[in-house]
Design a protein around this ligand. Structure first.
Ligand code: AGP
Length: 608
């Protein structure tokens, strides 16, 4: 996730900007840059890679001046590179911007501006903002930024500086956070409070659709329609570590709670108002879609579970046979391809060695590869033919949460997109699924309310030796992911079973008090699952069942029931994932484990 810092005052802006950006490094980024006004022009330096690369470049060639803006970029549009790094300039170098978020209508604006003669230097959506301001500028920077902001669609935070009015910075918040730090004869801007804490604890938190006009001696705030706003000063009392985690005890918990936003961001620009999945990054035609006669999905760990959900939805909607395999097996198996097999590689980091090797195997055999990844410019993204980027933002905890649920969203979108192009499913069925997908940010927000119940259950359950997760159909996949999460961070032995398979062996392990987490969200399999719950209850297991709110039967069968806000069963794996993540989290906390960095595991597995 990108970071923004701005400074105006009497200090050397460069060091304030670099220090501020350092405090935002924990959010993850792939490039960094700063712009400083030196009394006559704005000088910009930006570099691919760590902040230290930029610092090296500035060593001995620093940017003097006391007004500036800085940025750390997490690529969304355009690969990570020096050119795509922020700040971005207009043609004249008079207007310089940093931007977080996504400008949805940038293609249209870019085309218009190009026709007017503007020359673009990067592949980003952000650069259009600098050119748009250049084209609209009428001697009033604040008014021009307001006009420009009203022409931008999407979720973004912006800070603009200009040689024409070098004594001010103008900042805009639209669905992407920004705060203004208040000093004496100096002021600060940042996308997150940690960047300001070394200088001030007095801040204005900009609300949705607010604009700040910031000079060294005053800060004035407005709404996007230009009317003034009176802001209350917030006194920050947290320390640095808490601020980085936004008040959450662990990154994992923060990331669990970020899921409604991560899902909404992944849907941005990909779901038309009439509930059609549009994936502009693919731009496939009907022939391309119709040619595909087989799909192989390759991934590891949690991403493999996303692929298992993907298989069910793809087969249902496209009728194409789909195989899913863990990449470490696939790469050595000499898989059999048809002429038009599409290979889908799923990887949060885009750097997992086994997934990359499996992708290369498919490429070397001439297959088309589509990547679903969270990291623009990662190896998987670069080597694939087509890429669908999930917009989860950086995931810091080793246990994957928001990356997983956004991978599921990417699969729903892709399956509906492919089915529409192939004409392989009833348009009403597709619309129904996409309507539920559109409702996921809200459904996930509601299901987060199960946290106290999961915490309580986890306290009682945390010292059990083992646990079983059961379900049928999509619930079986959700069970696999629930068990993996629990093992990974709580170190409790956990197994997931297709509920119908229990009696073929595993039932022997069920004894008095053994915890069984039973998932029952698939309406057409509900009665079968209830029978399987009865099987384990007959062996005195302790059953926590997860099913839809409104159910009347489960409470008579299971020991405890957690009710979920009802939605279309096809999207249940997203909804169910949340309480299972919370269960694993609270069990790990209860056991005193290092939740964000579990033993023996790494975030990105770049070795075989
Ligand atoms: C999930 O919680 C794990 N940390 C792990 O299974 C992970 O999903 C797997 O290593 C794949 O990583 P990737 O998505 O970055 O390729």
């Amino acid at each position: 996730m990108c970071g923004i810092v701005g400074y105006i005052g009497a200090r050397e802006a460069q060091s304030v900007l670099l220090q501020g950006l350092e405090k935002l490094e924990y959010r993850g980024y792939d490039s960094a840059g700063i712009a400083v006004y030196d009394g006559s022009v704005i000088r910009v330096k930006k570099r691919l890679g760590r902040l230290s690369n930029l610092e090296e470049q500035l060593n001995g060639h620093g940017l003097p001046g006391s007004v500036g803006i800085g940025h750390t970029r997490w690529a969304t549009h355009g690969r990570p590179s020096d050119e795509n790094a922020h700040p971005h300039e207009d043609c004249s170098g008079h207007f310089v911007v940093v931007h977080n978020g996504i400008i949805e209508n940038y293609r249209m604006l870019r085309e218009q501006l190009r026709r007017e003669g503007h020359r673009f230097r990067s592949e980003t959506d952000s650069e259009v903002v600098a050119h748009l301001i250049e084209s609209l500028y009428d001697g009033d920077l604040l008014g021009t930024v307001l006009k420009a902001a009203n022409r931008l669609r999407g979720a973004y935070a912006l800070v603009v500086m200009s040689v024409r009015e070098p004594d001010r910075l103008v900042a805009v918040r639209k669905h992407s956070p920004l705060v203004v730090g208040l000093g004496e004869g100096e002021n600060f801007i940042a996308s997150d409070i940690p960047a300001l804490l070394s200088y001030t604890r007095r801040v204005y938190v900009l609300d949705e659709g607010e604009v700040a006009d910031v000079t060294a001696s005053r800060v004035a705030c407005y709404r996007l329609d230009g009317t003034g706003v009176d802001k209350q000063v917030l006194e920050v009392t947290w320390d640095m570590a808490a601020a980085e985690k936004a008040g959450y005890e662990h990154f994992m918990l923060k990331e669990i709670y970020e899921q409604p936003k991560a899902i909404a961001d992944t849907l941005t620009g990909r779901l038309a108002e009439d509930n059609r999945a549009v994936l502009p990054e693919l731009g496939w035609d009907e022939d391309t879609a119709r040619q595909i006669d087989r799909i192989h999905i390759i991934a590891c760990g949690t991403a493999y579970h996303a692929g298992m959900v993907g298989r069910q939805i793809l087969e249902r909607l496209t009728r194409i046979p789909v195989e899913v395999e863990v990449a470490s097996e696939y790469r050595y198996r000499e898989p059999v391809y048809t002429e038009n097999t599409l290979v889908i590689a799923v990887s949060q980091s885009g750097e997992t060695a086994d997934t990359l090797a499996a992708l290369r195997e498919a490429k070397s055999r001439g297959r088309r590869v589509l990547a679903i990844t969270n990291v623009v410019g990662s190896s998987v993204a670069r080597e694939a033919d087509d890429v669908v980027i999930t917009q989860a933002g950086p995931e810091i905890a080793v246990a994957s949460t928001k990356a997983y649920t956004t991978q599921l969203v990417a699969f729903y979108l892709f399956a509906c997109y492919l089915a529409r192009l192939r004409g392989s499913a009833d348009p009403e069925a597709i619309r129904g699924i996409l309507e539920a997908v559109r409702g996921l940010p809200e459904a996930v927000s509601k299901v987060l309310d199960t946290a106290p119940a999961m915490k309580q259950f986890a306290r009682r359950f945390a010292w059990k030796e083992s646990a079983f997760f059961i379900g049928r159909g999509l619930d079986y996949v959700a069970a696999l992911e629930g068990a993996l999460k629990l093992k990974e961070i709580s170190y409790i032995h956990a197994e997931a079973y297709a509920a119908g398979e229990l009696k073929h062996g595993t039932l022997a392990l069920i004894a008095e008090g053994v915890p069984v987490i039973a998932l029952a969200t698939q309406d057409h399999l509900y009665e079968k699952t209830v029978s399987n719950i009865k099987e384990v209850k007959a062996r005195d297991a302790y059953v926590l069942a997860l099913t839809w709110a409104g159910d009347g039967e489960m409470a008579t069968v299971a020991d405890e029931v957690l009710y979920l806000p009802r939605t279309n069963p096809w999207v249940a794996p997203v909804v169910v994932a949340v309480p299972l993540q919370l269960l694993a989290y609270y069990a790990a906390v209860e056991r005193g484990n290092d939740v964000d960095k579990p033993r023996n595991l790494a975030k990105s597995v770049t070795v075989e």
